[in-house]
Design a protein around this ligand. Structure first.
Ligand code: SF4
Length: 478
C-alpha cells in the first residue's frame, strides 16, 4: 500500500468499513492499546506530580506558540552559530526538493533514517528513491512497514497493525530465515542487518521532538539508539522539524520528558534522549561533518492564524489520543490515508495534507477520551467541532457518500425526536419490550431491520425501560 496524501470521503468510508470488518486487525489493535493503557496507568499512578507536569508543559507550549516567530529567529541564530545550515520550507515540495538536492550535492547513495512523521508528511522517501538513492528506515517498526511497502499505521507504533506472527512470516519471506514469532529473535535479526547499514550510510535523517531556542539544541527521543546512529555516523546529517517544535528554554525540557515517555509508551523516560547541537568540532571523536536543519511550515502558519485551531500546534506527537480513540481502534490507522491518523490526525491532516482530508474531522464520536488523555490537554473535540463547522459552512460543503447521507438524515430525525422527552420515553419502553427477546447478557448482536447495519460491525446495548417512579418524576418535571 502506497502512502496516499489524503483521499475522498468515499475512500475513507470504504477503508474504514474494511478496517472495522477485519476482526483480526481489531484484535491486534485492542491488544496493543490495552497493553499501552495498562502501562500508562501504572507509570502515571506512581508519579504524583503528573498533573502538575501536564499543566506546566501546556503553559510552555502556549507561550511558545504565542512567540513562535521570535523563538524561531533565536533558534536559527544559535543553530547557525553552532555550524548548522538552516533552511525554512514553506511547503512539502520545497522541503523535499531541498533535501533531495542536499543528498545529490553531497554524493549520497545510501541514506539511513530515524523515525520522523514530518518526513512521512512531506513524502520524502519516494522522492529520494526516485532520485536513485537507497533509503532505509532504522526504527524497528518503520523498518517492518518499509519491508511491507506500506505506510505506518500509528504515529508512535508504526507496525501496531501487525502481530509477532505476521512479522515472523515477513522476515522468513524477505530474509529467507527460519520462521520465529519470538520478539527477541526478530529484534536481533533486524538489529544485525541495520548495524551494517549504519556503518555504510552517507547521509542520516531524523525528525526532532523539541528544538530549544535558548541554546540552539535539537532533542531527539527514542528507544532503540537508531536516532543516535543516524545523527552521528554518516558524514552528513539532516534534521527535519515542523515550526511548532521550538520551545523557549533548556529548563522547559524536563517537563516534556516527564510526560512524553509516560503517555507515548508507558515508560518513565525514553531510553535515549539525544541532544544535538551541530556538526562535529575539530576535537570531537564522532558526529557528522555537515549538519542541516529543515524547518517546515506546510500549513502550520495557517493553523496559527486560527484562534481555535492553533491549540493543535501544541501536540507533542505522543500518540496517546490514538490509543484511546474508539474510532481509531475500530478502523486502524491506514483507513485515514494520512501520515497522521486518529484524533490529532483528523485535526492536522486537513491543514498539513490539504482539502483531500477535510472529511476526517467527522470521523469522531466526540467522546472526549482524547482530551482526557492528552498530556498537554488539547481540547480535541472542540477543535473537531470547529473544523466541522468550517467545512459545512464553507462555499463547497463535502460530497458525502449515500451511506453517510442516510446516517446524517437519521441523526437529524433522532435529534428532532429527542427534543420531546415524553415521546422518547414511550419509544424507549416500546423498543425495550420489542428487543428484550433478542438480547443476551445485556447486548443485542443482531438488530432487526432497518437498524441491521449497526450490528453488522458492533453490538448494541439492550435498551432498558426506566423505573415507573423515575418516569413519573420526569413527567412531572417535564
Ligand atoms: S494531541 Fe495530545 S494525545 Fe494526541 S498525539 Fe498530540 S499530544 Fe499526544
Amino acid at each position: 500500500m502506497a502512502m496516499t496524501a489524503g483521499s475522498t470521503p468515499r475512500d475513507f468510508f470504504q477503508a474504514s468499513a474494511a478496517g472495522a470488518a477485519d476482526h483480526e486487525l481489531r484484535r491486534k489493535l485492542e491488544n496493543a492499546s490495552a497493553r499501552h493503557l495498562a502501562h500508562f496507568a501504572e507509570v502515571r499512578g506512581e508519579f504524583t506530580p503528573y498533573e502538575d507536569e501536564r499543566t506546566a508543559a501546556r503553559a510552555i507550549k502556549q507561550e511558545a506558540i504565542g512567540r513562535l516567530d521570535e523563538l524561531l529567529i533565536d533558534l536559527t541564530k544559535r543553530l547557525e552559530a553552532h555550524g548548522c545550515k538552516v533552511f525554512f520550507a514553506a511547503n512539502a515540495a520545497e522541503a523535499r526538493e531541498h533535501i533531495v538536492k542536499l543528498a545529490q550535492t553531497s554524493g549520497a547513495k545510501r541514506i539511513v533514517k530515524g523515525k520522523s512523521m514530518t518526513t512521512e508528511e512531506i513524502g520524502l522517501n519516494p522522492a529520494l528513491e526516485a532520485a536513485g538513492m537507497e533509503v532505509l528506515e532504522t526504527d524497528l517498526g518503520e523498518y517492518i512497514v518499509q519491508l511491507r511497502r506500506e505506510p505506518p499505521s500509528h504515529i508512535i507504533t508504526p507496525a501496531i497493525h501487525l502481530s509477532k506472527e505476521d512479522i515472523g512470516n515477513l522476515f522468513r519471506e524477505k530474509f529467507g530465515i527460519p520462521y520465529t514469532p519470538e520478539p527477541d529473535e526478530l529484534t536481533a535479526e533486524a538489529r544485525e542487518r541495520l548495524r551494517e547499514s549504519f556503518l555504510h550510510a552517507d547521509l542520516g535523517i531524523t525528525g526532532v521532538n523539541f528544538a530549544i531556542a535558548e541554546t540552539g539544541t535539537l532533542v531527539v527521543v527514542e528507544n532503540e539508539g537508531n536516532g543516535r546512529m543516524c545523527s552521528t555516523l554518516p558524514d552528513v546529517f539532516v534534521a527535519v522539524m515542523g515550526i511548532e517544535k521550538v520551545i523557549p528554554k533548556l529548563a522547559d525540557l524536563p517537563h516534556f520528558l516527564e510526560i512524553l515517555g509516560r503517555t507515548a509508551t508507558g515508560q518513565k523516560l525514553t531510553t535515549y534522549t539525544n541532544f544535538i547541537q551541530g556538526p562535529r568540532a575539530a576535537d570531537d571523536l564522532d558526529g557528522p561533518r555537515d549538519m542541516h536543519v529543515v524547518i517546515l511550515d506546510n500549513g502550520r502558519s495557517a493553523m496559527l492564524a486560527d484562534p481555535v485551531l492553533r491549540e493543535a500546534l501544541m501536540c507533542i506527537r505522543c500518540g496517546a489520543c490514538l490509543n484511546v480513540c474508539p474510532v481509531y481502534r475500530h478502523i486502524g490507522g491506514h483507513a485515514y490515508r494520512s501520515p497522521y491518523p486518529g484524533p490529532i490526525g483528523s485535526i492536522i491532516s486537513p491543514n498539513l495534507v490539504g482539502s483531500a482530508a477535510a472529511h476526517l474531522p467527522f470521523a469522531s464520536t466526540l467522546c472526549g477520551a482524547c482530551k482526557d488523555v492528552c498530556p498537554v490537554k488539547i481540547d480535541i473535540p472542540r477543535i473537531l467541532l470547529h473544523l466541522r463547522w468550517k467545512e459545512t459552512s464553507g462555499p463547497t460543503p463535502p460530497e458525502w457518500p449515500a451511506a453517510a447521507r442516510r446516517a446524517r438524515a437519521g441523526a437529524r430525525r433522532f435529534a428532532r425526536m429527542a427534543r420531546h422527552p415524553r415521546t422518547m420515553r414511550i419509544l424507549s419502553r416500546i423498543a425495550a419490550a420489542i428487543l428484550k427477546p433478542v438480547a443476551h447478557d445485556g447486548w443485542i448482536r443482531r438488530m432487526p431491520p432497518p437498524f441491521g447495519n449497526w450490528t453488522k460491525l458492533r453490538d448494541f446495548p439492550r435498551p432498558r425501560p426506566r423505573g415507573r417512579r423515575a418516569v413519573k418524576r420526569q413527567d412531572a418535571e417535564g
